[in-house]
Design a protein around this ligand. Structure first.
Ligand SMILES: Cc1ncc(COP(=O)(O)O)c(C=O)c1O
Length: 403
């Protein structure tokens, strides 16, 4: 960071100086400029559901507004929502012993990660994370003063996050193991036995587990989502689970997520962080979330089925292209593609970054592998969260651009 004469009292480097605004944002800017220049754009860089929320969710927002539910709300979430979420987490996720006191409503899973790391970490604490990983996880760990230790996932292992590799990354400073299933960016899913091995390891080394399950409802048959919290012993509070309404219920702009924790330390600290950051999530969004969790889940299921159609369209377009190796996602709305250098030679680009930029100039969004950590400079992620017509048309263009 450069210090200008007009900035008083800027002395030491600040944790924010080590946080970037993200490559995906830069690609998005490029796409928007291509669009402004009259190009048709295909929003394959973005992970934002194309769907509208279910009608009962929208109706709940309007009803809450007319009922004057527009005042300050309890800091940790409205009691109705906390109760409903405790019930959901017990029955759907199998995390027993959870009561409404263990639910903390946040401004999306992003804020849940921010307050969880903020509440847990002291400067220099190490958190083990998968590599590749959606960037904002590492950024939030750094913001909290923590240090990330990446564990490389590999295509040969279906991008599983293996306890043996995690064990090799443990040091005396390790405080927590972070996991994300289904996984952004690879679409990998952790099985019950893989989760059990991670849980056992964490117990053995007395580590926290932070489990980001933002994509719990975006899982393609025959695969199933398992919550690691369901595997914890009854008296063990080390697992902290994070969920979101953004993807499951197409409520990304309503910014509602939640942390589930029975740990006394976090139960003391999270309310303080919630109070000093947001002082309660937007009241209307919370009434919307209540309708989403208590009402019919039919739209969540039909969205998942449509994502499966989109996945297959995009996968078909990416198959049998020399040097292009897509991984079949088991969950999420992303396809992670490994690239050989032959692709760069054929397309006359220097690397995956340059490929991503060149695709953006052609109106095709993507996210280069190095946006997700150091392990995969030769990879690129495409999202199929935009509408099916755009996925269909854009996939044809994408194939043409890569051949
Ligand atoms: C793995 C993962 N966790 C958390 C989030 C944050 O979601 P939100 O803040 O919209 O709930 C995202 C968003 O893309 C994500 O990919």
């Amino acid at each position: 960071m450069t210090q200008s004469a007009e900035q008083p009292n800027v002395t030491a480097p600040h944790p924010l100086d080590f946080v970037s605004l993200g490559k995906i944002v830069q690609i998005r800017e490029r796409l928007l400029s291509a669009q402004a220049a009259g190009k048709v754009v295909f929003r394959f860089e973005s992970g934002d559901p194309s769907f509208a929320p279910a009608a009962h969710v929208s109706e709940a927002v309007v009803a809450a507004m007319y009922a004057g539910k527009t005042h300050y709300v309890p800091n940790n979430g409205i009691p109705e929502l906390r109760n409903a979420l405790a019930e959901k987490v017990r029955t759907k996720n199998g995390i027993t012993n959870v009561t409404s006191n263990d639910i903390f409503v946040t401004n999306g899973a992003m804020h849940a990660l921010n307050v969880t790391f903020g509440g847990l970490l002291s400067p220099g604490d190490e958190v083990i994370i998968p590599d590749p990983m959606w960037t904002e996880v590492a950024e939030n760990i750094r913001l909290a003063g923590g240090v990330t230790v990446g564990v490389r996932l590999s295509a040969e292992e279906n991008f599983a996050y293996r306890a043996a590799d995690i064990a090799a990354a443990i040091t005396p400073k390790t405080t927590a193991i972070f996991l994300n299933t289904p996984h952004n960016p690879t679409g990998a899913l952790l099985s019950r036995s893989e989760l059990q091995a991670i849980y056992d390891l964490a117990r053995q080394h007395d580590l926290w587990i932070i489990s980001d399950e933002a994509y719990e409802d975006l899982v393609f048959a025959p695969h199933e989502h398992v919550s690691i919290g369901a595997l914890a012993e009854a008296d063990d509070t080390r697992v902290i689970s994070i969920f979101s309404f953004s993807k499951s219920h197409a409520m990304s702009g309503l910014r509602t997520g939640y942390v589930v924790t029975r740990a006394p330390l976090l139960q003391d600290r999270l309310p303080k962080l919630l109070r000093c950051t947001i002082n309660g999530v937007n009241s209307l969004a919370q009434w919307a979330a209540l309708a989403a969790v208590k009402g019919s889940q039919a739209s969540t299921l039909s969205m998942r089925d449509e994502y499966c159609v989109r996945r297959d369209i995009m996968l078909a377009a990416l198959r049998d292209i020399p040097g292009v190796r897509p991984f079949v996602p088991r969950g999420t709305f992303f396809i992670w593609v490994e690239l050989d250098s032959s692709v760069y030679e054929r397309l006359e680009v220097a690397d995956a970054d340059a490929l991503s930029t060149s695709l953006a100039d052609d109106g095709i969004g993507s996210a280069p592998g190095d946006a997700f950590g150091p392990s995969y400079p030769d990879a690129i992620r495409f999202s199929f969260s935009c509408d099916t017509a755009m996925v269909r048309e854009g996939s044809v263009k994408l194939r043409e651009a890569l051949l």
